[in-house]
Structure formats: C-alpha cells, structure tokens
Write a protein of this length. Sequence first.
Length: 270
Amino acid sequence: MNKLLIVDGHNYLYRSYFGVPSSAKLKNGLQVNAFYGFLSSLRKVYEYVKPSNIIVVFDSETGVSEKVKSHTNYKQNRDYSETGMFKQLPVIKQALEFMNIIYVEDSGYEGDDVIGSITKKGSKSGEVYISSQDNDFLQLIDKNISVLFSKKGDILTYSLSYFKKEWGIDTSLYLDYLSLKGDPSDNILGVKGIGKKTALKLVSKYGDIENILCNSKNRYILENKSLIRKNKTFLKINCDLDIRYKLKEFDAEKVLLNSNEILKILKYTD
C-alpha cells in the first residue's frame, strides 16, 4: 500500500531550534542547530515509516493573516523574530531539494490547512502519516490517517485504535473537546471553568457540541455558547483546499546522509 509521509516543517524547525544547543555553529559562524535537528528528525521518521513519498509543508508569512483577522489572539503568544531560527530555513530547503523531497509553502493558506487538504487527498489512495507535535492534527485521524509524535526519543503512532484507547472518545469528537478546552499552544482560550477532564466527560456523555449545548446544564457551557461555536469553527482544519503539488521520487540514500556530509556537499563547509 502507498505510504505518504507529511512533515509539519515549521513544527520541526521550532523543535529543532529550541531542542538543539545554539552552540551548534560552523567555522564560518553559521548557526546550524535547527538544521541538525530538522534533518535528524526527518531521518528518524523516514526509517520508522519507510514511506513511498514525502512532503514537507511550511507555514508562509502571510498564510495565517485571514485567521488573525477573525481571532486577534491567534498565535500572538509566538514571537520568533529575534531568533536565528528562520535564518536556517534556506539551508534546510536546499537540503530538501538535494534529497529530491518536495516542500509546499502556500502564501494564501495556513500550514495546518495545507497539511489537512493534502492528507485527505492522499488518504484516498493509501496510508498517510503526519509527523508533528501539534495536537490539532488528531482531529484528522481515521482508518488511513495516523499522527506521529516524538516522545522521549521514540516515535508514537496515534492510529484510530490507539487514540480511542488513550482518549476514550472517537476521533470525530476531538474537535468538540478542543472547542471546550481551548488550544493554549495557539493562544485560543477555552471555556473558563472547563478543563481537560470536564471537557472529556461532556463529550463522552453528550457527543458533539450542539448536543452538549442543548443538553448540558453546566453554567459555564450555558454562558459561553457563542465562544464554543466560534472555537469549533476556528479550530477545524480545512481539508478542502486545492493545493497544487507534484510528487517526486525522493533519494533515500541522500535522506540517510549525515547532516555534516550534506552541509559539505552544499558547500557550507570547507
């Protein structure tokens, strides 16, 4: 069966930049901690999945602008402007091109929606694995879609059955749960007084948001109906975008090369 691996590029970039010591620099002063971490994670997930195709999706600078208009707090807790993280992105992209791995960076849409749309399309003809630490992608899990998390150096596969075992609800209700609890990682507030346990209990008992709003007597729910509905609309990943890309046959041998070897081939080292 065809296996498509989709990498959340900016999630990799962020984790690598803050997870690998900033002292990782070349003799010419180029900081490469994000580069090292990014390629190390890519090699590891490649060996774990053994995919038929790989797509890396990056957020564009303008892709979230429409969402920010409707929710001014969105991702306002993130400010990477003073870091050297993005300075390493061109080198990472060059490495991907060297490995013949395509990357998608659509200026009009948020990366999550691009990933969602490529995922749904790919799942019609095979298995899709999303590699990211972003819990939002759990809403996409179905029989052909899994999410891969890095946990204490290992890779954890959130399949349909594993999600049910861990969360006790169907994946179709994860978005409803998130709408109640909120998404602190994106600075989206949930309902005051409703934490993870209460949100799970409500979803387990009543099902989706509309049933919860109609049947729950919880005062926090009754006082925040508009917020809950807004959250669900906002946090839902759009899987219906017409994203244009052309799959390539990547070079597996190059994917497995040591990061320093790739830097040398790309002429970043003497």
